[in-house]
Design a protein around this ligand. Structure first.
Ligand code: SF4
Length: 367
């Protein structure tokens, strides 16, 4: 567990933390010694940025390359866009297709939808693929929750609803309670998922009142996926929050984003996935950093994630620490896993290779 490098007292009250959100230069200077370039970029550009005090306190005071700091403080590189796609979210979420859906419903599959209920976050991640919506504000959507619920009610083929944002756990308890109750009333909804970074950036959000709402009824389970990109983000407070969630029947998985200079080396990648398990978070996905505009500087070649799974995880640590590496596209998630295990095949046998480069053979089983 990494201690918070900045020994700054952080409130245990999640709402107080939101009131003290670190989103002004003066507030930021309580946590880090800004470089001249960081300060100039903050002054020159209009973009939504900021983080909770809990997460801001994880920044290194003096290192601009700190993996937490790079996720919080805007870079001048965001003004460049050589490889990102314009109108990315409209393409990615199939918003220009013929199907009539409320703004809040994004669909790439028959049986599951993403239900966007807010554009407020506990950190405005510089690498966010929904940047146009939550950070830049160039895309605005209508988040009428009842429109979304009505649409889901009218689509019995939808058995799995992912509630997302923004960060849905920044909604008030009564709004979260309403969403869950309404979805559980629909006979075809078999599971509810939340995508939230709060276990990492605002673990204080897991209050007894919220835990009671989440754990209230076991027949339609709730699953949470969070986003932790670097082992430095894992704190005692996060460990406690995940433990409490598990105690009320809610599993927590991780959806890391592969980020250049943050987690794209073998040691960090392995440490991240091992440390997640020490706080009971199951590695679920590693996402290729999507071609949204203005985040070229975070993006690696596509093959990088598969190489890291091969070189850092497969065979090098427990199978529980193995996420699926995927690229999320307008036609769904495409797995991009390392492809080296079957070295050869003939009528008699398969030749298989392990993580150390050793080979072995097993019989070929005819159909
Ligand atoms: S918390 Fe999620 S939606 Fe919000 S900025 Fe970060 S990645 Fe984007």
């Amino acid at each position: 567990m990494h201690p918070a490098p900045n020994k700054i007292a952080v409130s245990e009250d999640w709402q107080e933390q939101l009131k003290q959100f670190v989103n002004t230069i003066d507030r930021l200077k309580e946590y880090v010694n800004l470089t001249a370039e960081e300060e100039a970029t903050l002054r020159a550009n209009e973009t939504t940025w900021g983080a909770t005090p809990h997460y801001a306190a994880l920044m290194d005071r003096d290192d601009p390359a700190c993996p937490v700091r790079r996720q919080i403080i805007p870079s001048s590189l965001e003004q460049q866009n050589r490889f990102g796609m314009d109108n990315y979210l409209v393409w990615k979420e199939n918003r220009a297709t013929g199907e009539v859906r409320p703004d809040s419903i994004a669909r790439q599959y028959v049986d599951r939808v993403a239900f966007t209920v807010t554009q407020t976050c506990g950190i405005y991640c510089r690498h966010c693929f929904r940047k146009e919506l939550v950070v830049d504000g160039s895309l605005s959507l209508n988040f009428n929750v009842d429109d979304g619920l009505d649409w889901i009610a009218a689509h019995p083929e939808v058995r799995d609803v992912l509630i997302t944002g923004g960060d849905p756990f920044l909604l008030a308890d009564d709004k979260i309670d309403y969403l869950i109750r309404k979805l559980r009333e629909l006979p075809h909804v078999e599971m509810i998922r939340f995508g939230t970074r709060t276990p990492i950036v605002l673990p204080q959000r897991m209050t007894p009142a919220l835990l009671k709402i989440l754990g209230g009824y076991h027949r339609v389970p709730i699953w949470i996926n969070t986003q932790c990109n670097h082992p430095r983000e894992l704190t005692e407070e996060t460990a406690r929050a995940v433990y409490d969630l598990l105690g009320c029947g809610v599993n927590v998985g991780n959806q890391a984003v592969l980020l250049k200079g943050i987690n794209d080396d073998v040691e960090t990648f392995r440490e991240l996935h091992q440390k997640l398990l020490t706080v009971r978070i199951k590695p679920y996905y590693v996402f290729y950093c999507e071609p949204a505009p203005g985040i070229d500087h975070f993006r690696t070649p596509v093959e990088k994630g598969a190489e890291l799974i091969r070189d850092a995880l497969r065979g090098h640590t427990t199978g529980l620490a193995q996420p699926m590496y995927v690229i999320a596209t307008n036609i769904g998630k495409i797995p991009l896993m390392p492809d080296y295990y079957i070295q050869g095949k003939n009528a008699k046998e398969y030749t298989l290779k392990n993580h150390l480069g050793e080979t072995t053979t097993i019989p070929n089983m005819p159909e």
